[in-house]
Design a protein around this ligand. Structure first.
Ligand code: HEM
Length: 473
């Protein structure tokens, strides 16, 4: 009898202890965490699904788990916010940090040590922001225009030689080769990078494309999987080591006449100038050039839009030999087309590191999580962008010239928002208007599909985009 009482008493005691601890835990200790992706062997299942099609997977999880959810991918906890009402907090909160989110990627991709990163990053960001600020752009109008024109007239001459008939090309290659050279000359100094010699340019282009294509994987995978990428990165670093050395000796005293590259290396006081310059080159080419390609695809694919752009640009550019701010202001519809293409091809994600517990929608996001927002999916929210998959440039009517609506987050936000955004819009505006004014263009297979394998940056096309070009009538 006594032994029975001891057994029952012990059981009651255990239940009581559980009860007390559970109450205690719920009341004061347990934090409310966001839903976590779970499935068959959760982390493995998640990594596999994520790897297969990351862009679709993050959207699917949002529908399944709600506006705040967490994935664990390759050992990293990523918490996604999908409600536009939380974006302001994401960009402005002091509980999350841009630099701590990107530092290790910059180290893996560009070999900038942790110490050098924190010493120079803010200084570099502010320098680029100052040099490419809205008010500093007018001188770029003329130089970009003349470089783009030089390269596009080169294409026009090839068509004329062929009797004014037709010229077959791959649109993405064509945009890239004509824009790369112009942007490199404008930002890094005329001929400072290999833009004047065709063979040297081709070698540069080959290495840059490999560097760009595997950029995102390089931030995550060990070097052993990235042999080709590492070779191209080293090629680019060697090029920049030569270039920055020469550049250092020729920096003009007059600050205003310095190129962006000269401005940049003048503020870096350690040995990492080639590494930062390589990152700067990547940032200036990796997003704006694909968007220019998509803009042209979408314009030429939509007859009604095309006619509107054609009548705008052909009229304005016929009457104005030179291109300045006032000329661009006369082509607002072309700018609307560019904004619409950016909306539809925005970066998959950007990120911040949680440095102090971050509260959102009643959840507590722990320190160390990467907090993620997807502009690509945010721009497909039908409440803010009705018929989100449609290419409708008219939705950007009445947008102020030097600001964006809050729902448009392609360039990030907060302290470290893209410092090249105004330059990007300017170069695309000039290029697209010149292109449409010079050429008629038939897309032989329509607009290519977008590649869903990358989350960093704007999307690339999956298929080639063969076109037939002819001189504008
Ligand atoms: C359509 C074109 C472009 C898009 C969509 C884009 C988007 C972005 C985004 C989303 C970020 C990160 C911001 C954040 O997390 O809040 C960024 C950073 C940056 N962008 Fe852009 N960008 C574009 C063009 C350019 C151009 C043309 C340049 C330079 C000429 C440039 C220079 C930079 C630099 C230097 C950073 C890094 C800032 C830092 O580390 O502090 N971008 N860009």
């Amino acid at each position: 009898m006594l032994s029975w009482l001891i057994v029952i008493g012990t059981c009651l005691l255990i239940v009581l202890i559980f009860f007390i601890f559970n109450i205690f835990d719920t009341a004061s200790n347990r934090k409310k965490l966001p839903p976590f992706y779970s499935g068959w062997i959760p982390w493995l299942g998640c990594a596999l699904e994520f790897g297969k099609n990351p862009l679709r997977f993050i959207n699917l999880m949002g529908h399944k788990l709600g506006p705040v959810y967490t994935l664990k991918v390759a050992g990293e906890r990523m918490t996604f916010l999908t409600d536009a009402k939380d974006f302001h907090n994401f960009f402005q909160s002091t509980d999350v940090d841009f630099q701590k989110a990107v530092q290790s990627s910059v180290q893996k991709i560009a070999s900038v040590t942790e110490e050098a990163f924190f010493k120079n990053h803010t200084k570099i960001h502010d320098t680029v922001k100052g040099r490419l600020s809205f008010h500093k752009l007018p001188p770029f109008c003329e130089t970009l225009h003349s470089k783009f024109k030089e390269h596009l007239v080169g294409i026009k001459n090839q068509i004329t030689i062929k009797n004014g008939c037709e010229f077959e090309a791959e649109l993405n290659d064509l945009v890239r080769s004509t824009m790369y050279k112009s942007i490199m000359d404008n930002l890094f100094g005329d001929g400072v990078l290999p833009t004047h010699d065709e063979a040297a340019f081709k070698e540069f282009e080959k290495n840059f494309l490999i560097f760009d294509e595997q950029f995102e994987y390089a931030a995550r995978l060990p070097k052993i999987f990235l042999r080709e990428w590492t070779k191209s990165k080293n090629w680019l670093l060697q090029m920049f080591t030569r270039v920055t050395k020469q550049c250092m000796q020729t920096i003009p005293a007059d600050v205003e006449s310095r190129s962006l590259l000269q401005t940049l290396i003048a503020v870096i006081d350690d040995d990492f100038s080639p590494n930062w310059s390589m990152m700067m080159l990547w940032a200036s080419l990796a997003n704006a050039i694909p968007i220019t390609f998509w803009t042209l695809c979408m314009i030429y694919q939509h007859q009604r839009v095309l006619e509107k752009v054609q009548s705008e640009v052909r009229q304005v550019l016929k009457e104005n030999e030179k291109c300045d701010e006032s000329t661009l202001a006369l082509m607002p519809y072309t700018r609307q087309c560019i904004l619409e293409a950016i909306r539809l091809r925005s970066p998959g994600i950007f990120t911040r590191r949680v440095i102090k517990e971050f509260r959102v929608k009643g959840y507590n996001i722990p320190v160390g999580d990467l907090l993620m927002v997807s502009p690509f999916w945010a721009h497909r929210n039908s409440q803010q962008f009705p018929d989100p998959e449609e290419f409708k440039p008219e939705r950007w009517e009445n947008i102020e010239k030097n600001s964006f609506p809050e729902s448009f987050i392609a360039f990030g936000g907060g302290r470290y928002q893209c410092p090249g955004r105004w330059f990007a819009l300017l170069e695309m505006h000039i290029y697209v208007s010149l292109f449409v004014s010079l050429f008629d263009c038939k897309l032989l297979n329509g607009v290519p599909d977008l590649c869903e394998l990358h989350l960093v940056g704007t999307q690339q096309p999956v298929q080639k985009c063969p076109v037939v070009l002819s001189l504008a009538k």
